[in-house]
Design a protein around this ligand. Structure first.
Ligand code: ZN
Length: 190
């Protein structure tokens, strides 16, 4: 198993729709294993294939439990079958593609999802609370949707500004040359 590079917001692959998985072979299992390693090393609870630059409808998730018997798995070709649109939950959400950023996101409290496991067998599951939040977040990734898309306007603007700063700090982007009277006006003091 090996760790993969996690793509940071700004990478176009995060905005693309991932393709249905058709081959349930050793390569898929290897990718899922590598994604587990990558997710654990980054201390995340979920990771979608887009986030490691692979446009396949696959995500991994894992929530540590106090008894050490962690809950998680690999989910292929998920479809949202039902969601409690009237019954919502509020909570903080983050994303490995937005390091260090957490914002409140409202999500349905309960969902039902159909999916395939790594062997290609069809499964169905009902999820509630934090688990529903994780799965909805990861299913969004497979459609090129990111958690910042669910934020209130002010939070979204701040998040995008902070991730731009992060990319520059990490050397992923060149700082934009300041233009007189222009871009600096919108920047927050740090
Ligand atoms: Zn994410």
């Amino acid at each position: 198993m090996s760790r993969l590079e996690i793509r940071i917001f700004g990478d176009p692959v995060l905005r693309q729709r991932a393709h249905e998985v058709e081959d349930f072979d050793g390569r898929l299992a290897k990718l899922a294993g590598d994604m587990f390693d990558t997710m654990r090393a980054a201390e995340g609870v979920g990771l979608a294939a887009n986030q490691v630059g692979v446009l396949k409808r696959l995500f991994t998730w894992e929530v540590p439990q106090e008894d050490g018997d962690d809950l998680g798995g690999a989910v292929v070709n998920p479809t949202l079958l039902d969601a409690s649109e009237e019954d919502l939950q509020d909570g903080e959400e983050g994303c490995l593609s937005f390091p260090g950023l957490f914002y409140p996101v409202q999500r349905p409290l309960r969902i039902e999802v159909g999916y395939q496991d790594l062997g290609g067998d069809h499964q169905k599951v009902q999820l509630e609370g934090y688990f529903a939040r994780i799965w909805l977040h990861e299913m969004d990734h497979l459609n090129g949707i990111l958690f910042v898309d669910h934020l209130a306007k002010h939070d979204k603007q701040e998040a995008l500004r902070r991730i731009r700063d992060y990319r520059i700090e990490q050397g992923l982007d060149d700082p934009t040359p300041p233009k007189p009277g222009g871009l600096l006006l919108g920047r927050r003091p740090r």
